[in-house]
Design a protein around this ligand. Structure first.
Ligand code: CA
Length: 668
């Protein structure tokens, strides 16, 4: 997520209307608040009844309100909580209150705050305002106990596909019944008007290993009581972190439905051999004083400026304080919950550098205990300054201090296609000279390599990664222009065929680079977003993927499918150590602009191919390369690719056509 401008405006308006009310509380004071590490926060039902527990050390009183419905009704009962150990408040009822709804109301500094579903609500009703008491065991789909995600030894074995439920399905051309829902991904046999696979069948055909879903916890912006009005949001406005978003369910009023349907989605993907990664946004909340954190223990969960106002490294109005024990525990326990209860296979941390290194290390370590195939990656930057010192931030430059965490490479992103926000600026693949060394930084996954001169890097000047498992390579995601739109903006006067050729070269560089490849949904059919870069709340006409494009751009789709197959069949592209990369990758000395030529030697990483030669030509003219004599199979040439070979050559002088990759393989 980059800037959410609407949030900035809202935050500014809120500050004008009501100046920050937080008393100035020092960091030392927050540190002195007692932490509570019990696993019974919120609500627990057992044979003796229903037990509510809330952590709010500075509260003077706390109550539970009980309701019969998820909204629009008065409380049927009010329970007074009593002070427990370590800042907790408790109350029990000797009955199992399944089917009831509840909220908490906390009194602080003589003032009773608005009701809140609490920070640990696992089931909620419409718009998440009231939490629900349900039996989670009853939300398990058929076969859930045996459900397992794919085994992934190293993150570099993954091919990640980033998608939004609504983008993926809402266009009539998807042929999908449950448009914009978790169930979108549970429908087999769906077809485009031209009879080509859509939905989950499309993902299987493409060959990606993991689907990365945009935020799918309960978020704020879409009114779940008014779903016929075709609202859209990316979901970077968290409300209830531990319950699924209601608008993605077929019945937001029924708390169990969204839970079961999300699990059905996970199960369907797992049955297809595909893992599920969740985009998580613990770095800020949609609201400031009205967030569930603020209504539970005001002040504690956020960082502040010296004057007591909310600091704002998220550019969304606030930033959370992972360096405080209970916020850290919240993040760690929340991802653990999603991993255990929903069988989630990975987590993508939004603005991860707002969190501290220690928290991220604990996240990764705890998740690996649950399932060694789970992996964690994130944006190794913030969207503004933070009171957290830079050396403690989970920045990309600090990635080697974090075990089992990867960061997005903005190096390869901007070098290959051109700068992310300067729309008309070209990159290596579209003929701009001067990015060669930064592309090489991407190829070696930002690890130290004797032939890569980091002083010439555009973004980073140091080999910040200790291993390729620490790097996610990409040239587009939900943020900024799609690759299709970026190419249109930076290649005025070009034909669509020329732009598709540039996309092929750009993605060939990404998918053959060391590290983990990541792609934005629909790029394989050359989807666009009509030039809208920050489409967080744009209508379906901007965000929906038109699946008729799959037939129209069938050769583009086939190229992507073959590119993914090449990577998955050849471990040489998936080395796991910096030492292997330094030893096995040898760059050719090239003086020409927009040319990179290198070899992957030594049957790298157990590959059946002894040597792979890759030449990328981002220039506008043919580049003649001298290939040593031998028996070479041509894997890619002149904008085409086939892992089984397009033909063969004995080496010698070979012309690499403009805007294309030449890939050759030698077995002996
Ligand atoms: Ca919601």
């Amino acid at each position: 997520m980059h800037l959410k401008f609407h949030k900035l405006i809202l935050a500014a308006a809120a500050m004008l209307a009501a100046p920050a009310i937080m008393a100035q509380i020092s960091e030392t004071e927050y540190m002195s608040w007692p932490a509570y590490d019990g696993d019974d926060l919120e609500v627990k039902v057992d044979a003796t009844g229903t037990h509510f527990t809330l952590w709010s050390p500075k509260a003077e009183a706390a109550r539970v309100m009980l309701y019969d419905t998820d909204r629009n009704t008065a409380a049927t009962d009010t329970l007074t909580m009593t002070r427990g150990e370590n800042g907790t408040w408790r109350v029990s009822v000797p009955r199992q209150l399944y089917g009831k709804f509840y909220t908490f109301a906390v009194t602080v500094d003589g003032k009773t705050l608005d009701e809140t579903p609490g920070i640990w609500a696992k089931a909620v009703g419409t718009n998440g305002h009231r939490a629900a008491i349900i039996d989670l065991a009853k939300t398990a789909p058929e076969g859930w106990a045996e459900d397992r995600g794919p085994k992934t030894d190293n993150i570099t074995d993954a091919v990640i596909y980033e998608m939004h439920h609504r983008d993926f399905s809402v266009d009539p051309s998807s042929g999908i019944v449950h448009k914009g829902k978790f169930l979108t991904l549970t429908e087999p046999g769906t077809k485009s008007p031209q009879g080509l696979a859509t939905g989950i069948d499309h993902l299987k055909e493409l060959g990606v290993t993991h689907v990365h879903i945009l935020p799918s916890y309960d978020y704020n912006s879409v009114d779940e009581a008014n779903l016929n009005s075709n609202q859209y949001n990316w979901g970077y406005d968290p409300y209830n972190y531990n319950a699924p978003e209601g608008s993605y369910s077929t019945d937001p009023a029924n708390p169990g439905t969204r839970i079961r349907e999300m699990k059905e989605m996970v199960k369907a993907l797992h049955d297809a051999g595909i893992g599920v990664i969740m985009d998580v946004v613990y770095n800020h909340t949609a609201e400031n004083d009205k967030s569930n954190f603020s209504l539970t223990a005001p002040g504690y969960f956020y960082r502040h400026r010296p004057d007591g106002s909310y600091s704002d490294a998220s550019a969304c109005g606030n930033e959370t304080a992972s360096d405080r024990q209970m916020m850290r525990d919240f993040i760690v326990n929340s991802v653990k919950y999603w991993a255990k209860e929903y069988h989630i296979d990975g987590f993508r941390f939004d603005l991860m550098a707002i969190h501290d290194i220690e928290t991220m290390n604990e996240v990764a370590a705890e998740l690996k205990k649950i399932n060694p195939s789970i992996f964690v990656y994130g944006e190794g930057w913030t969207a503004g300054d933070s009171p957290l010192p830079a050396e403690r931030r989970a920045l990309k430059e600090n990635v080697d201090k974090m075990k089992g965490i990867a960061v997005f490479s903005d190096d390869i992103r901007d070098a290959v296609k051109g700068h992310y926000s300067r729309a008309d600026e070209r990159g290596f693949a579209t003929g701009k000279p001067g990015n060669e060394e930064t592309v090489k930084i991407g190829i070696v996954a930002s690890t130290a390599h004797p032939q890569v001169d980091y002083s010439k890097g555009n973004n980073s000047k140091l080999p910040y990664a200790g291993a390729p498992t620490e790097i996610i390579n990409y040239v587009s995601c939900h943020d900024d222009l799609t690759l299709t739109d970026k190419l249109a903006a930076s290649m005025p006067g070009s034909t669509e065929a020329e732009r598709q050729r540039a996309a092929r070269l750009a993605q060939t560089i990404v998918f053959t680079s060391q590290g983990t490849p990541f792609m934005f949904a629909g790029e394989e059919v050359f989807r666009n977003k009509k030039g809208v870069h920050n489409s967080y709340n744009s209508p379906d006409s901007i965000n929906a993927i038109d699946w008729s494009l799959k037939a129209r751009n069938k050769s583009q789709f086939d190229f992507y499918r073959n590119l993914i197959r090449l990577r998955r069949e050849h471990p040489a592209f998936r080395m796991t150590t910096a030492e292997d990369i330094a030893k096995n990758i040898v760059f050719d000395k090239i003086k020409d602009n927009n040319i990179i030529s290198y070899s992957i030697l030594n049957n790298a990483n157990g590959d059946e191919w002894k040597e792979i030669k890759l030449v990328f030509n981002g220039s506008k003219s043919n580049y003649v390369v001298k290939i040593p004599r031998g028996e070479w199979t041509i894997i890619a040439a002149d904008g085409e690719i086939n892992p089984d070979g397009l033909g063969s050559t004995r080496g010698g002088s070979i012309a690499v056509t403009p805007t294309s990759a030449l890939i050759l393989a030698r077995i002996k």
